[in-house]
Design a protein around this ligand. Structure first.
Ligand code: BGC
Length: 418
């Protein structure tokens, strides 16, 4: 391995010298939304890695899970003609910026380091535009997870739920025990994160038809109605203060035993780890009941904007190279809760949830049950995603009493957004 890393470093160094005409890499200005405790810990791994390579960091954090606020801030910067060097970005947003011609080109570093062979096609679909590399994927997260307080689960006397009925039985027992069964933060992207899982639980073909192919019959049909009915059922297990709560505060409720479980992507694991909690001992990670064998994913990527000046471009190439190094992929994702964006990184340093995440991802990829998360910008472009948010959030806020009318509204909203 040592020799391998050394060889890659030499290639990267030679490449930087050639692409940037020997210009020294300047500091990178990085726009991101990694502001929770676990996220900041992961970000530090990146900052320190770059610092070790002599690349300084200018931080531009824009708080707000899911990144909506960050994307608004980004639009303002680009409109002002002053894009940041690198921007944390999800799925279709990367492609939208590429279409506008706003992104730079990472082909030289990607070719020198052989990214094509080790970054899965499902990610390349977002990291490349018109055959050119425009973004460096940092990780793969998945959204169909449940994070359960182990003591609270044990107190129910029931096992880990494997289907919706078993889930409801566990939630009822937690309610009887006097804790909030589901820790939820009422923000559109969090509502939609739960809904990703409910749609996937109706079947993998159905998820694809509804949230990838945007088939109107699937969007407005019986299975969608059933998924919404389940969402209506689940909201009865939230506490009264869920509205507007940040996702990491919901994680904290599970961590400290105030709540039983949270339905959230595996960035939640970063919060548990930051709090010193151990998987299997303090908390349990399971796939959302009914979605075993399938994965809805999102991948944080650093999109590189068109910046002027060789020093800035050298910094972009150096940052991208650092991000794709196998050693960094392991170190960062162990802390973040996600899994590597490369297929050749060993799972040795990952905890049991991380090992499961890597195995699930590989298996779903082979089985054809790996799909982009609608909630996190990998199912459809922002206009459609936002249309789904509106209907899902209306359901969470009690504006629909039955799933069938919500499904009809969803089909209409998605049609209007295209
Ligand atoms: C990102 C994660 C992040 C989460 C909460 C997701 O969209 O992919 O990296 O931790 O939002 O902020």
């Amino acid at each position: 391995m040592r020799g391998y890393f050394k060889a890659k470093m030499t290639v990267a160094a030679a490449l930087l010298a050639s692409t940037a005409g020997m210009a020294a890499a300047e500091d990178v200005e990085v726009l991101h939304w990694w502001t929770s405790g676990g996220e900041a810990a992961a970000l530090n791994v990146l900052k320190e890695d770059l610092a070790g390579k002599g690349i300084g960091w200018v931080d531009m954090p824009v708080a707000g899970g899911g990144g909506e606020a960050a994307m608004t801030a980004l639009r303002a910067r680009v409109t002002a003609g002053d894009p940041p060097t690198a921007v944390q970005m999800l799925g279709f947003d990367i492609q939208d910026w590429a279409k506008e011609g706003a992104l730079g080109n990472l082909d030289a570093v990607a070719q020198a380091e052989g990214w094509d062979a080790v970054i899965p096609a499902a990610l390349q679909a977002f990291s490349k535009y018109d055959g050119h590399w425009i973004a460096a994927p940092v990780n793969v997260h998945s959204t169909n997870w449940v994070w359960i307080n182990k003591a609270a689960l044990d107190a129910t006397g029931l096992g880990e739920p494997t289907n919706f009925d078993e889930l409801v039985a566990v939630l009822d027992k937690m309610k009887e025990a006097g804790i909030t069964p589901i820790a939820h933060g009422g923000q559109a992207w969090q509502d939609a994160t739960i809904f990703d899982a409910l749609v996937l639980a109706e079947g993998t073909d159905f998820y694809k038809a509804a949230f990838v192919d945007l088939d109107p019959a699937a969007l407005g049909g019986e299975k969608m109605a059933a998924a919404f009915d389940k969402l209506i059922k689940l909201r009865s297990y939230f506490d009264d203060n869920f509205s507007g709560r940040d996702w990491n505060l919901a994680s904290a409720m599970v961590i400290n035993g105030e709540a039983g479980m949270q339905f959230m992507g595996d960035w939640a694991k970063g919060e548990f780890l930051k709090a010193g909690k151990v998987p299997g001992t303090d908390f349990v990670c399971i796939r959302f009941p009914g979605t075993q064998g399938a994965v809805t994913f999102n991948s944080d990527q650093f999109a590189m904007f068109n910046v002027q000046g060789e020093g800035k471009q050298a910094a972009q190439a150096a940052m991208a190279s650092a991000i794709e190094s196998p050693a960094f992929q392991s170190a960062f994702n162990v802390v973040k809760g996600s899994v590597p964006a490369r297929t050749d990184v060993p799972d040795t340093d990952f905890d049991d949830c991380g090992k499961k995440g890597m195995k699930d991802l590989a298996e779903a990829n082979t089985a054809g049950t790996l799909f982009g998360s609608m909630a996190h910008g990998h199912g459809a472009p922002a206009a459609v995603k936002n249309a789904t948010y509106d209907v899902i959030t209306a359901v969470v806020n009690g504006e629909y009493s039955d799933g069938a009318s919500a499904a009809t509204a969803l089909a209409e909203a998605v049609a209007a957004a295209q």
